[in-house]
Design a binder for this molecule. Sequence first.
Ligand SMILES: [Zn+2]
Length: 420
Amino acid sequence: MTEWLLLLLPMAAASGWWVARYARPGRSGQGAIPDAAFLRGLNYLLDQRPDKAIDVFLRLAEVDGETVEIHLALGSLFRRRGEVERAIRIHQNLVARPGLEREQRGFALYELAQDYVRAGLFDRAESLLLELAEIEPQGRRALHALIDIYQQERDWGKALGMAERLERITGRPMAGEIAQYRCELAEECLRAGATQEAEAHLRAAQEVHPECVRATMLQARIALARGDAQAALALCRRVAERGPQFIPDVLPQLLDALHRLTGVDTQAELRRLYRAQPGPALAAALADAIGRDQGVAAAVAFLSHHLRAHADLAALERLLELQGTATVGGAAPEQTALQVIRRLRARQAAYHCDHCGFVARGLHWQCPSCKHWATIKATQPEAMVAVGDGEPAPPSPATVAPAVGQTPAAASQSLPWRPK
Ligand SMILES: [Zn+2]
């Protein structure tokens, strides 16, 4: 039996009822479950064959209609198969049973709450989970489930309260999540014009999680709205230091601040950031700055150099545009190439999740797929590996773009153009 227990551990995490059954053998006093058949049902689950598992458990339920574990298994399977009403009926019948052990009732209530969530009946799920949150061993799971509900409902105040409570109970730090909820609340305040309240949320976010880049970005936005470009610039620089992956997202604010300030060398500022994060957005902004300061030829030289190190479609598009403007009307092959590049770029996902690989067109602070916070970042172009005397090699699996925040060695070398 021990090997089975180890095999089934991952599933146990998903189905607490299983732990209850096997953690204390003989506990239920309802030992009429034919174990071989029960394990066969679990085996089907492990093999990702839920329909077969349901057949086994339904037959078991006919033989032994009283056994709680079988009904819990069936309810959970029906829910996973999308038959939520059937799952709800099974779990409601279980909860209504007289003489149910307290622990079993807790499991059944938790499963019923999950059914309600799946059916979109958040109010019912919430009231069940609030009740369960007071009772161990379901209390922590209930708090996690409540946080999930509040996140789905975008009720950030309640999500914040539950996260703080969970942190107190478990001792597991939730600073990252708490700071994100504060930022969500700050954004709500900003939309309502309550700037001071927003600032208080952002200070609280940074108190609990000093590395929170999003709070700094929002502070930069507030500083710009107030007309304090110097403060906004300092905040944008802090974002670049603490989260270079977010430079593309703070770039519009940074450029706005630089535009408003006199005596700051925009090109030098962008060049410094480009060395840290030579991504498409910075390359484009730097090419623009070079073009303004030194003319189109210098901008073309910079982009050509950038493209030798990075397979960057946006930079290639910019380069062809610049070359098109340099020749009257643009040559026909260049126009065709531009059209192809624009078509490819329109399909390109500009952002991806570090945690689950979800791709997105824009920045989401919470990944819509894995629900992790601050894991979606701008995708860096694939690095080109130079062979021979600087000839770029075709991309290969070994030349996958470096992890966000890392700089390909080629890109940090000295650049061929000279700032004025
Ligand atoms: Zn994700």
